[in-house]
Ligand binder design. Sequence first.
Ligand SMILES: Cc1ncc(COP(=O)(O)O)c(C=O)c1O
Length: 389
Amino acid sequence: MDKFPFARRTNWLRQPNALNKELEGLEKRGIDVLDLTASNPTSCGFLYPPEMLQALNSLENFHYQPDALGLSRAREAVARHYSRQKLFLPPDDVILTATTSEAYSFLMRLLVNPGEKVLIPAPSYPLFQFLLEINDVNFDYYPLVYDGQWHLDLQALEGLVDARTRAIILVNPNNPTGSYLNLAELDYLNGFCRKHQMAIISDEVFFEYSLFSADAVSCVGNREVLTFVLGGLSKTLGLPQMKCAWILACGPQGILQESRSRLEIIADTYLSVNTPVQNALGAWLDHAPQIQEQIISRVKENSQWLRAHLNDHTELLSFQGGWYATLRIPAVKSEEEWVLEFLRETQVLVYPGYFFDFEREAYIILSLLPRASIFQEAAGRILKRLAKI
Ligand SMILES: Cc1ncc(COP(=O)(O)O)c(C=O)c1O
């Protein structure tokens, strides 16, 4: 290809890694792989109430009335959905976006100049690196530490912040560790962000998937510092293809008002949320309990099975919510070698811990979404292989 001066931010390494190559090879040979990385709920056998589709069958959808922050009835529906969880905020503080990824982009445009930075958790959601680099935002990782439970390493935070740090991103509960923020941590973060003039961005897409009674705290309604909570249909209804997410803004009144006004102009530049979904949102969110109960019961069943079948070489790390299980396995070989071996010898695909920036080896991450029969067969093969060490 002729040399063309593409923007440096797109100079990604795009060669397939060893795992992709192995998968491709198996596919070519017609060998079925059991996928324990499956995280798309629409292919895991959940029942979505067909009457949800009727909400799209409305003449209103032929009428376009652009509203940058979202149609008021849709924003009211989101506020009502949270009020059912005893989390209260005015509909004016709900800002609709097409996806959570888009919400991150809007917030980076609002809060961070090129070359400034945000703090992101490790281990956590692998997409952050791309989302931030695309927005010319630098980042530092702050550690989550495990001592039988996951915690924020509050001491480490102070050493990471400098005059260019604009925000801290929390994932609550975190993906993949399933750990929630607690009240003491939120208190600390409020003081920390006030002192350093930083905003909190709390990604709470999995918040409703709490598996055990945890002392979980949401950042919705946090008035201490400028705070943006993210959620969306991809997890709340298990429907990522519907492309509707939201930012819930909260914080001290003056800067909150100013943030909304600035976000309105950012959102007005794209007007990306489609009208039919906004019109259907109220009716759809009424179905959230029906869909969430199925997902929670699957995740519980799979995690109970896993716990009951562990062996001496495998530790299931404690988690309170979300859709994933983290296993610590013997570091007698690298995570990459383990994951390739599982694929070759057992035809099961799992995530290696490094994918989520775990600090040490060796961890593997299993999605708890697959049907119980598939999960048990696949996880059973992995555990059998690990028992042979
Ligand atoms: C922490 C976290 N945030 C956001 C998302 C994706 O949300 P969306 O589909 O709305 O971009 C995911 C998807 O797995 C996630 O794990």
